[in-house]
Design a protein around this ligand. Structure first.
Ligand SMILES: Cc1cc2nc3c(=O)[nH]c(=O)nc-3n(C[C@H](O)[C@H](O)[C@H](O)COP(=O)(O)OP(=O)(O)OC[C@H]3O[C@@H](n4cnc5c(N)ncnc54)[C@H](O)[C@@H]3O)c2cc1C
Length: 440
């Protein structure tokens, strides 16, 4: 495309965003087909791993007559994936930040920044409404909810105390950077205590990965320090063989893993001293305390009992052949908020988004027939030290009796035989590919 034509199409105001790509000699042509015979409008709530992907693939597969609006609280997305590597200084949150420019310019997605407060689902082929906290109202034929997770309250902790003293750092961002600086400022011989909530929580291997990355950093920089892991679960929830090896061999003498520990409360020290955490069996003091609270679906879902119809109102029940809510027609739920039988993971969120985009495009076209055998794959890499990683992979298939996804016999879970540097290098490629598939 010639530059003149390009300015005509996109207008001068968006040019600043695109000049770097032009300078690299790249051709910027919209990737959206003009007419696929499908017409309609979709609002996607949440621009994370699930929401960004579904917005992109709705346009790619639906074409230019499928209008897509993507709403997120923030102007850019902070990746949770790889965020444990901020804790040892290997990367920074700004390196893990993704903007929505490609989705806007290459895929013609209408991005709106704001908090969605409530929805009115479309009835039949009618109009639905998505209301923002600032009073704006968006209209559409289908609504897709991808708000990630919310946390349960922890006795003794408020959101302000979590931001400043006892972080979760489980929604990557300022708390991740805060936790990294707390670790950097720990005394040699200090104690880092972290707590893991009862499953299901996002990224089953993630907390164990965090324990390893922090232990590796402390061994090298704060000799004599300990990492105490208080797990609400009775055993390691993912890559059990690999993490037992990491805890008992690679980081022996540093990581102290304690299962079946439920947090009862926290006492925050705001004057620089140690914090205290109480569990069902013990009380511990910590120089740095990292409490990851138990999870539930996003508020937009738990506020609506018809949507939050799984696990006693905590998660959204979905038909995993389309990700349509089992409680509210024309509303779809993907990513961590959905109860789908699959792990709450970014890779899975990406795959759910594609199955959902396909189903929504077909529904708008009027020829939706449930996919009789959906399949997804989850691959997950976990850093064990600053330059080695392990991995885990599973293929999921459709269990028609229980309408959920289950691990396909013989196709996982399969985990790496050892944590290696090759795996660490593969992890970087896997991450770049996944993020490009969602945001580029
Ligand atoms: C430390 C850590 C490491 C991880 N590592 C991996 C890994 O190696 N591999 C892997 O596959 N997964 C990993 N994960 C899990 C992965 O990050 C999540 O499973 C994934 O992000 C879920 O995608 P999602 O779209 O459901 O939620 P998110 O990615 O959290 O996106 C939700 C979005 O919704 C927006 N939102 C919420 N409510 C509203 C509202 N009312 N209005 C507007 N916007 C709203 C939020 O701002 C957010 O941008 C990791 C997680 C953590 C914490």
């Amino acid at each position: 495309m010639k530059r003149r034509q390009f300015i005509g199409l996109f207008g001068a105001s968006s040019l600043g965003l695109l000049l770097p790509a032009l300078a690299r000699g790249e051709t910027l042509v919209s990737k959206v087909p003009s007419d696929t015979g499908t017409t309609g409008s979709v609002v996607v709530v949440g621009g994370g791993m699930a929401g960004a992907t579904v917005a992109k693939f709705l346009r790619l597969w639906g074409g230019s007559n499928v209008k897509v609006t993507l709403v997120d609280l923030n102007a850019s997305y902070s990746s949770n994936i790889m965020s444990n590597l901020v804790l040892n200084g290997s990367t920074t949150m700004s390196q893990l930040t993704y903007n929505y420019n490609n989705l806007k310019t290459l895929y013609g997605i209408n991005f709106v920044q704001g908090r969605v407060d409530s929805i009115v689902p479309p009835v039949g082929s009618g109009t639905g409404f998505v209301r923002l906290a600032d009073g704006r109202v968006l209209t559409c034929n289908k609504i897709i909810l991808a708000p990630g997770i919310e946390f349960d309250a922890v006795p003794g902790l408020t959101p302000a105390l979590q931001d400043s003293y006892v972080t979760h750092a489980w929604k990557a961002g300022a708390q991740t950077t805060k936790l990294a600086s707390q670790i950097r400022n720990m005394p040699a011989g200090g104690t880092f205590v972290m707590t893991i909530p009862a499953a299901p929580y996002r990224c089953p291997p993630g907390p164990y990965e965090r324990a390893c990355v922090v232990a590796d950093y402390l061994k090298k920089n704060k000799p004599g320090s300990k990492v105490i892991v208080l797990d609400a679960n009775p055993f390691i929830q993912a890559e059990r063989v690999g993490f037992e090896r990491a805890f008992n061999v690679t980081h022996a003498g540093v990581i102290d893993y304690r299962p079946s520990q439920t947090v009862a409360g926290v006492t925050v020290n705001t004057t620089g001293g140690k914090h205290a955490v109480t569990t069902n069996t013990t009380m511990l003091y910590a120089d740095v305390l990292n409490v990851i609270p138990s999870h539930k679906a996003g508020k937009i879902i738990t506020d609506n009992p018809a949507l939050a119809n799984a696990s006693g109102g905590r998660w959204a029940g979905v038909d995993v052949r389309s990700y349509e809510s089992t409680g509210v027609p024309n509303v779809y739920v993907i990513g961590d908020s959905a109860a789908s039988g699959q792990p709450k993971a970014g890779h899975i969120a990406n795959q759910e988004a594609k199955l959902c985009a396909d189903a929504v495009v077909r529904a708008l076209r009027g020829d939706f027939i449930p996919n009789p055998a959906p399949k997804t794959n989850s691959a997950c890499y976990s850093p064990i030290t600053a330059d080695t990683a392990s991995w885990l992979t599973v293929v999921y298939g459709y269990d028609a009796v229980n309408n959920k996804m289950v691990a396909v016999p013989g196709a996982g879970p399969i985990e790496a035989a050892a944590a290696t540097q090759d795996n660490f290098n593969d992890m970087k490629k896997w991450f770049a590919t996944l993020m490009a598939d969602s945001f580029a």
